[in-house]
Each structure stands twice: as structure tokens, then as C-alpha cells.
Ligand binder design. Structure first.
Ligand SMILES: [Ca+2]
Ligand SMILES: [Ca+2]
Ligand SMILES: [Ca+2]
Length: 326
């Protein structure tokens, strides 16, 4: 009897304990079945110089064979579509990132399809295609960040390093955008089957780190944090952490301009975690938020320009949640 009681108590403790670390999200703005049949990526950036972030969304409509990027502005409590890219469905899958890859430091949208790279900026009240060229990279994931601190973002592209019978060894390659196109600066070692990638300055030294999640199917995998070594021209792993999440990260982002840099992960179980980097470990910064759908993407930005960041996340397949918007 006592043993049974102990077992029950232990079960209660272990089932209740994780719950103390979760909190159901109460989004200030929700849009269900919105804009596309499926969303793949969302980025928040002030492309238009409004003093507030716009949302860039990569999504697909299967019935209309439409794959595109839309730019949304936040006005008077709702989102409005300001611009849409041409249909990219013949070049898919496509990848999207927002950053400052140009020497001018101008914010830009980067769309990388399986055939072309497109670079868009905002000029004279229009979104302009400033660069477009063909490539043969077969990219799997894309992120941008300033790895060497020169003020210009590098493009970080996940590619296949080696195809093995049961999985692919993938690598992160580092590219600089020039007038001639993409120039390769270096690469990471094999990191396993990379499923998700982000980059940003998590330790506040002015140089961005790269974070990858690798593993099989959608199961919990291995997180790797990498630093750029300019002498070796390599991305060098600093540490790895297993089972950080209960499920694969479908979306990740790093916020660097808040009070402390944070890594946000959005997983297939509908959990939004935030981690801080401490002594070569990712430690939960606060309770994780739970959402009704598995999450596919996450971004942070100040949509209403009040100086406070909002958390923008996407529930499978096309539900938008904005948390922290007043
Ligand atoms: Ca740079
Ligand atoms: Ca850093
Ligand atoms: Ca805000």
C-alpha cells in the first residue's frame, strides 16, 4: 500500500511538474485559416522604414498552385497585405529571410527558391527587385546574420553534405552577397539531419552565433551552437545539447535588441519556448507558452511601433497568433 502511494505520489509529481513550466498562450490577435492554405515562414522586419515591423510571410495555396511571399503591415489593429511576390510555385520549395545582406546595410527580403535568389528592398514607396540570379545550391534552410561583425549579414544556407542510406548529413554554408552573386566564405562540419536553423548574437559580443536543430523524423534531436572562425573560415561547434525540446523545432528565431538576447523555438506540439544562453547551455528563460496547434514558424517584432516587441507565431497550417500586442 505504501509502495502504491509512493508510486502515485511520484507519478503526480512527475506529471504535475512539467505543467508548472507551461502556460496557455492568450494571444492578443488571432487570425485563423488566414491568407494561405499553408504557411511556412514568417519574418518581422521594418523594411519600409515605418518605425514598426512589417510581417513577411511565405505560404502556399495548393488549389491555385500559388507559392509566394506577402508583406503585411499592421494598421489600426489589423493586418493589410501591402505587396505580393510573383508566383514561385514552379521553383519551390522556397525559403525566406529578412536581414541586411547589402553593403549599404539597407533592410532586404531574401527569397531563395530551388532555381533563383531574389532580393527585394523598399524604395520610393515600392518594393523593388534589386537583385536576381540563378544558383545550383539545392538549399534546404536559410537564415541571415552578421557572423563577423562588419555590419553586413551573411547568408546561411543548409545543404546536403553527404547522402547516407537512412538520412542526410547536412551542413551550414556561409555566403556573402556581392554584385557578382553569392561568394562562399566557409562551411560547418556535418551536423546530422538539420531540420531547422537560426542565427543571431546570443552572447552579446557583437558577432552572431548559428543554432541548428538536427534529428530524425520529427523526434526530439540535437541542438548545436556554432561560432564563425574567420581564420579557419569555418563554422565551429561550441556545444551541443540533446533533447532540449520534446519534439523537433519547426521554427526558431533569435531576438537581440530586447533587454537580453533570447532563442525562441516553435515546436510540433504547439509549444513556444524561450531560452537564454548561459555557460554554454540553453536555459529556459520563462515558462513555455502552449498553443492549440502544432507550431510551424516564429518571429518577433514591434508591429505597432510602441517600442515593445510582439511574438508572432504560426499554428499548423494557417493560423496566426500575435502575443503581447496591446
Ligand atoms: Ca558580416
Ligand atoms: Ca555572439
Ligand atoms: Ca509593440
Amino acid at each position: 500500500m505504501r509502495l502504491l502511494k509512493t508510486v502515485i505520489t511520484a507519478l503526480l509529481v512527475f506529471t504535475i511538474l512539467p505543467l508548472t513550466w507551461s502556460a496557455p498562450a492568450s494571444p492578443q490577435f488571432t487570425a485563423e485559416d488566414y491568407l494561405y492554405e499553408a504557411w511556412f515562414k514568417v519574418e518581422a522586419a521594418d523594411l519600409m522604414g515605418l518605425g514598426a515591423s512589417q510581417l513577411a510571410v511565405l505560404g502556399r495555396d495548393y488549389t491555385e498552385s500559388q507559392l509566394s511571399v506577402k508583406l503585411l503591415t499592421w494598421e489600426e489593429g489589423k493586418l493589410t497585405t501591402y505587396w505580393e511576390s510573383p508566383n514561385l510555385s514552379k521553383e519551390g520549395p522556397a525559403l525566406l529571410a529578412a536581414g541586411r545582406p547589402l553593403p549599404s546595410g539597407q533592410p532586404a527580403l531574401i527569397i531563395l527558391t530551388q532555381d533563383q535568389l531574389y532580393l527585394y528592398t523598399y524604395e520610393n514607396e515600392n518594393i523593388i527587385l534589386v537583385s536576381q540570379f540563378k544558383h545550383t545550391l539545392s538549399p534546404y534552410e536559410l537564415s541571415v546574420a552578421d557572423l563577423d561583425g562588419d555590419g553586413q549579414d551573411e547568408l546561411l544556407i543548409v545543404r546536403v553534405g553527404e547522402r547516407l542510406p537512412t538520412f542526410e548529413e547536412r551542413v551550414v554554408e556561409v555566403y556573402r552577397l556581392t554584385a557578382e552573386g553569392l561568394v562562399k566564405m566557409g562551411s560547418s562540419p556535418f551536423l546530422g539531419n538539420i531540420r531547422c536553423l537560426t542565427a543571431g548574437d546570443l552572447d552579446g559580443d557583437g558577432l552572431a552565433e548559428v543554432v541548428t536543430d538536427a534529428g530524425l523524423s520529427t523526434r526530439s534531436g540535437v541542438f548545436t551552437l556554432l561560432d564563425w572562425d574567420p581564420v579557419k573560415a569555418e563554422l565551429v561547434p561550441r556545444f551541443q545539447e540533446k533533447n532540449l525540446l520534446s519534439n523537433m523545432a519547426f521554427g526558431m528565431t533569435i531576438t537581440t535588441d530586447a533587454s537580453e538576447p533570447l532563442l525562441y523555438t516553435a515546436d510540433g506540439w504547439g509549444r513556444l519556448n524561450h531560452f537564454r544562453l548561459e555557460n554554454n547551455e540553453f536555459n529556459p528563460a520563462t515558462d513555455y507558452l502552449t498553443f492549440p496547434n502544432g507550431l510551424v514558424a516564429v518571429a518577433t517584432g514591434d508591429l505597432n511601433g510602441d517600442g515593445q516587441r510582439e511574438l508572432i507565431t504560426v499554428g499548423h497550417p494557417n493560423n496566426l497568433f500575435i502575443v503581447g500586442l496591446i
